[in-house]
Design a protein around this ligand. Structure first.
Ligand SMILES: Nc1ncnc2c1ncn2[C@@H]1O[C@H](COP(=O)(O)OP(=O)(O)O)[C@@H](O)[C@H]1O
Ligand SMILES: [Mg+2]
Length: 381
């Protein structure tokens, strides 16, 4: 990657870039219930942006406001510089793919895909040609004469995608586009979705409750909780630099230790935890006063588990007893009891085949847990 400023893939870092979508202090109330609570959000052209959060946190409502199916109670939405407050859905440069796909059951695949163009009165020849192109892109050419009930979940999903993309919207809104697919197909379809988005350069805004899906697909993720935005960032930022315990716990697994800052240097901090009793030496400064109550978040894959004490006496280390082992083939998850009741989760790649078939570390074994001083995140909320 180039070291000179090159923002092509990361327009949000470019101070001169104009966001394609600007969501400005948008709220949505249903009666006295607040579904979306003063959200500010910028999305740039060509992004594959994910709204991620648990069920009921307001993702669909926000997406429907972008599409124009709901009106914000307050705040405004700008698309391509134009305030959308009084612009009806069909006049917005966006298209929405619904969670249920909403295919027309009585129409064949090709009729479903060509529907929007027919309604717009596009010439027959052009419709045929564009339908053919879309079907080729989503690899459904051979199924063109089938009706939706003769298709698998993944095929239906691709019909819905083709139907939404054929009108060449500048932006496509997708509500849980892969939720109906089984795990393997979902993963495969994720990559197809990314390829298609890359090929067409359309801005995608995807709603999902599946954090792995968001991590795989996105340029950036907005984590939502009860109507509010918790954090916006690239998948790496969200995972490695969560801004709160809520985000750390929502994205992947995190071991949380509660303690106090007992030493606060410019290039390091020490956090002392009582339960389990354990000190964290962290190799970067934080702008948090000494004595403040904090949490230290440590991801399971950042911890080494070993039977011998680590060689480096300065490494962060604690001891525990193996309580549980989840053998997943490629990795093993160890649940290690540290102190009287604190379980620390560790994930380790199984690098070597055990010679005798016995696991390298067994149940009830005493182990050392160690980690790099850079591996921890200090959180205040
Ligand atoms: N039309 C509506 N009337 C009343 N409450 C609604 C309406 N639409 C959504 N809600 C409520 O708003 C909250 C957010 O809903 P939604 O945006 O669909 O969540 P998500 O898509 O994140 O699961 C939910 O509690 C839901 O019950
Ligand atoms: Mg929803």
């Amino acid at each position: 990657m180039s070291h000179s400023p090159n923002y092509t893939d990361r327009p949000w870092l470019d101070p001169d870039a104009e966001p394609f979508i600007k969501v400005q202090s948008v709220s949505k109330h249903f009666g006295d219930f607040t579904a979306v609570d003063s959200i500010d959000l910028d999305i740039y052209k060509g992004e594959l942006f994910c709204l991620l959060g648990g069920s009921g946190c307001g993702k669909t409502t926000l997406l429907r406001m972008l599409a124009g199916f709901e009106t914000p109670s307050s705040g405004s939405i700008l698309i391509d510089g134009v305030n959308m407050n009084d612009v009806p859905p069909y006049e917005r440069p966006v298209n929405m793919m619904f969670q249920s796909y909403a295919l027309f059951p009585h129409m064949t695949v090709e009729k479903n895909v060509g529907y929007g163009l027919r309604r717009d009165g596009v010439a027959k020849d052009e419709i045929e040609q564009r339908v053919e192109e879309m079907l080729a892109m989503v690899e459904l050419t051979q199924f063109r004469k089938r009706k939706p009930h003769q298709l698998s979940g993944g095929q239906k999903q691709r019909v819905a995608l083709a139907r939404a993309l054929i009108k060449q919207p500048k932006m496509l809104l997708l509500d849980e586009p892969l939720a109906a697919l089984d795990k393997r197909l979902r993963v495969q379809t994720q990559y197809e979705l990314m390829n298609i988005q890359d090929k067409l350069g359309v801005t995608f805004v995807v709603v999902t409750h599946d954090q792995e899906e968001a991590m795989t697909l996105s340029t950036r993720i907005a984590v939502m909780d009860v109507g509010r935005l918790q954090q916006i960032g690239t998948p790496t930022e969200i995972y490695e630099f969560p801004s709160s315990r809520l985000v750390a716990n929502f994205i992947g697994n995190a071991n949380m230790f509660q303690g106090r800052i007992t030493e606060n240097g410019t290039d390091h901090v020490v956090v002392e935890c009582k339960d389990p009793s354990c000190n964290f030496y962290i190799d970067h400064g934080v702008s948090i006063a000494e004595g403040t109550k904090v949490w230290v978040s440590l991801r399971p894959e950042k911890i080494r588990v070993s039977k011998q004490a680590p060689d480096d006496p300065n490494t962060n280390c604690t001891r525990g007893m193996v309580n549980d082992i989840g053998y997943l083939g490629g990795t093993s998850t160890y649940r290690v009891l540290v102190g009287d009741e604190h379980i620390v989760e560790v994930t380790s790649p199984n690098l070597n085949r055990p010679k005798d078939g016995n696991p390298p570390i067994d149940w009830d074994e005493e182990v050392f847990l160690s980690w790099e001083p850079s591996s921890t995140v200090v959180l205040t909320k």
